[in-house]
Design a protein around this ligand. Structure first.
Ligand code: AMP
Length: 274
């Protein structure tokens, strides 16, 4: 595996690459969720490129940019074991040339609900950095987790709206054995909070059981979910279709149920695709 730290080096190497390129953008502190994306890329491409870049423009001023976990040595080892060809780890000054760059705006409706409402500006930053990375890496296939469902949807829309010749691959959510969705932020949780956080996946699992038994009413399901998560500081529970429009009646194969909540000081998101 070759580690690339500069943009110039990446561009020089990229010119010589032949075959399909699978790209996995991450912010590091890699876990099984990231690994599943990398494995998917490895199986389906000639060359695999992973990026690790803690992107400041997608963090709000009061968020955890400064304390976001950094595990460069372990991350490099993981990428090596997963047979990644190139690990791109640029520094912030090379990715951003000034504070007043040409920017990209998330769409007014789907970019400003749910995460976009709770974290204004977040998706502008996500789209900005992903577009920069796409332009540098020029992947055939780019891998994103359903864990960040709204991000995945907006990136797919960006690819479509801006005619980018990239196939976006949606990857399933990877969970701990007890159901907690894997996240780099889970390490912030105390032992007690970690237990409390299980209410999130429990409430999502309940929705599957309810829908299997025939329940289709979104309001009823939301009420039951909030009961299960009554100990948590729930920011939102949303039931939407795959176009991110709120729905009253669950449509099987066209519904996503999303949760954002705070467990202690840690903000967690999770969802279930039904
Ligand atoms: P991040 O490093 O948090 O920016 O995540 C990088 C990519 O990994 C994104 O596409 C995430 O959606 C994906 N990802 C993070 N956690 C998981 C998970 N538990 N299961 C699947 N994909 C994930």
């Amino acid at each position: 595996m070759k580690i690339i730290n500069t943009i110039e080096e990446l561009q020089t190497i990229r010119k010589e690459l032949k075959g399909t390129i699978g790209f996995v953008p991450t912010m590091g502190a890699l876990h099984e969720g990231h690994i599943s994306l990398i494995k998917n890329a490895r199986v389906n491409n000639d060359i695999v490129i992973v990026s690790i870049f803690l992107n400041p423009t997608q963090f709000l001023p009061n968020e955890d940019l400064d304390k976001y976990p950094k595990k460069d040595a372990a991350d490099k080892r993981i990428c090596e074991l997963c047979k990644v060809d190139y690990l791109f780890m640029p520094d912030v000054n090379s990715m951003y040339q000034s504070n007043d760059e040409i920017s990209i705006k998330a769409p007014k409706i789907t970019g400003f609900i749910l995460e976009g409402e709770k974290r204004p500006g977040h998706f502008d930053g996500v789209l900005q950095v992903v577009l920069k990375l796409f332009n540098l890496v020029q992947p055939s296939n780019a891998y994103f987790g359903k864990k960040d469902a709204q991000q995945l949807s907006l990136i797919s829309q960006m690819v479509k709206n801006l005619f980018l010749p990239i196939n976006i691959v949606e990857c399933d959510i990877i969970r701990e054995a007890d159901g907690l969705a894997m996240s780099s932020r889970n390490i912030y949780l105390s032992i007690e909070e970690r237990k409390e956080a299980l209410a999130i996946s429990k409430s999502l699992n309940m929705t599957i059981i309810a829908v299997t038994k025939g329940e289709r009413d979104a309001k009823t399901i939301k009420t039951k979910m909030k009961e299960i998560m009554s100990n948590l500081d729930v920011e939102y529970v949303a039931i939407i279709n795959r176009n991110f429009e709120e729905i009253q009646t669950i449509e099987v194969k066209n519904t996503i149920i999303l949760i954002a909540c705070k467990v202690g000081n840690t903000r967690l998101i999770d969802n279930m695709w039904i």
